[in-house]
Write a protein that binds this ligand. Structure first.
Ligand SMILES: NC(=O)c1ccc[n+]([C@@H]2O[C@H](COP(=O)([O-])OP(=O)(O)OC[C@H]3O[C@@H](n4cnc5c(N)ncnc54)[C@H](O)[C@@H]3O)[C@@H](O)[C@H]2O)c1
Length: 334
């Protein structure tokens, strides 16, 4: 679909992270007339290697900096005449938020506020889009049945999800108070190439092939819905262009699996790709003390985006998982 904005420079934040670095090459290939400015602090979670394919593109610019830095963000709006924002930048790892929550409050809440406030002041009455990327974790935990919808109550349980929930509320308030053209998308767990080694799926792959114990929290029965990162990117693009101002959209893959099943599936793929003389990799699965306040289950009813925006995920979980394993085996040079 043709871009409806009169001016074409979008500020992407956190574009060197997992989802942002999958999104940028995809978005540029679909929207070659749009310029992207990628503002990323390059924390431990950001990696410019993941953006090699676009670094020389004439419509792509990287800026190292903090979304909390008011003067820098103001300067970028003015210098590049920013006419859209997609905010990926965040502290994103729940375990880190339990051990040291302070940076989560700063980046996720204050950083989002700083972007909103600069957009409001710079754009004045212009109807430019501000798209905030959020998570299904803001809705808390489900029991065995039921699904999150856009109407579910916010019940965040970790410092990470509480900081994301707070930022979602700020975004909402800029719609209701100032009439800004905001949208928020809340997505389930992503998996795929370029995810940081600290996260569950890379940890399972890395531990398995190095002959280490594969750590699984508690009894391994916590359930998440998984969406292939490239499907998340098509959903974001669609919502950015076609979502209604002030609305939220839930994105999910309809792939509910518990952590033990994920580990077992990955071990099966590895058993077939790089057979281990000592037997199945699944023998390395090892239960460790559960995460504090570990939410039991997340599941998403994504029918609003299916119906209103005709979005649907393309990748099946098994094929997406195999692509992910292949990407990490290449990364680890196996
Ligand atoms: N990964 C998931 O499964 C998932 C699911 C749903 C929603 N989300 C949301 O999507 C967004 C992106 O997640 P991700 O998995 O790509 O995260 P990530 O941790 O891989 O990447 C975050 C990026 O933000 C950058 N960053 C951190 N603090 C910054 C700051 N103060 N200023 C500028 N840049 C900063 C980091 O350098 C990194 O490049 C986050 O908002 C997250 O809450 C993630």
């Amino acid at each position: 679909m043709a871009n409806h904005h009169s001016n074409n420079t979008i500020l992407i934040t956190g574009g060197a992270g997992f989802i942002g670095s999958n999104f940028i090459p995809f978005f540029l290939s679909k929207n070659p007339e749009i310029n992207l400015i990628n503002l990323d602090l390059l924390t431990y979670a950001g990696d410019l290697e993941n953006l090699n394919e676009v670094k020389k593109a004439s419509n792509y610019t990287f800026i190292k900096g903090d979304i909390c830095d008011n003067l820098l963000v103001k300067h970028l709006f003015e210098e590049y005449n920013i006419s859209g924002v997609i905010n990926f930048a965040a502290e994103s790892h729940v375990d880190n938020s339990i051990n040291s929550p302070r940076q989560f409050i700063k980046t996720n809440i204050e950083g989002t506020f700083n972007l909103l406030e600069n957009a409001r002041i710079f754009w004045k009455t212009k109807n430019y889009r501000f798209h905030h990327i959020s998570t299904d974790e803001v809705y808390g935990s489900l029991s065995e049945d039921g699904f999150f919808t856009e109407k579910s109550n916010y019940q965040p349980n970790s410092p990470y999800s509480a900081s994301k929930a707070s930022s979602d509320f700020l975004v909402r308030s800029y719609y209701h108070t100032y009439g800004m053209n905001v949208v928020t998308s809340n997505c389930s767990n992503n998996y795929g190439p370029k995810q940081h080694d600290e996260k569950l799926i890379p940890t399972i792959i890395r531990s398995a092939i190095n002959g280490f114990k594969i750590p699984i929290y508690g009894n391994g029965k916590n359930v998440r819905d998984w969406l292939f990162v490239k499907d998340h990117c098509t959903g974001i693009e669609s919502i950015y262009h076609k979502g209604k101002a002030g609305e939220t959209y839930l994105l999910g893959g309809n792939n509910e699996y518990d952590n033990l099943t994920i580990a077992t599936k990955i071990c099966e793929i590895l058993d077939y790709k790089i057979p281990n003389k000592k037997g199945s990799y699944s023998n390395q699965i090892h239960f460790v003390e559960d995460r504090l306040g570990h939410d039991f289950r997340y599941a998403i009813d994504a029918s609003k985006v299916f119906k209103e925006l005709s979005w649907k995920p393309n990748e099946s979980f098994d094929s997406g998982l195999e692509k992910t394993v292949d990407w990490y085996l290449k990364k680890y040079q196996l």
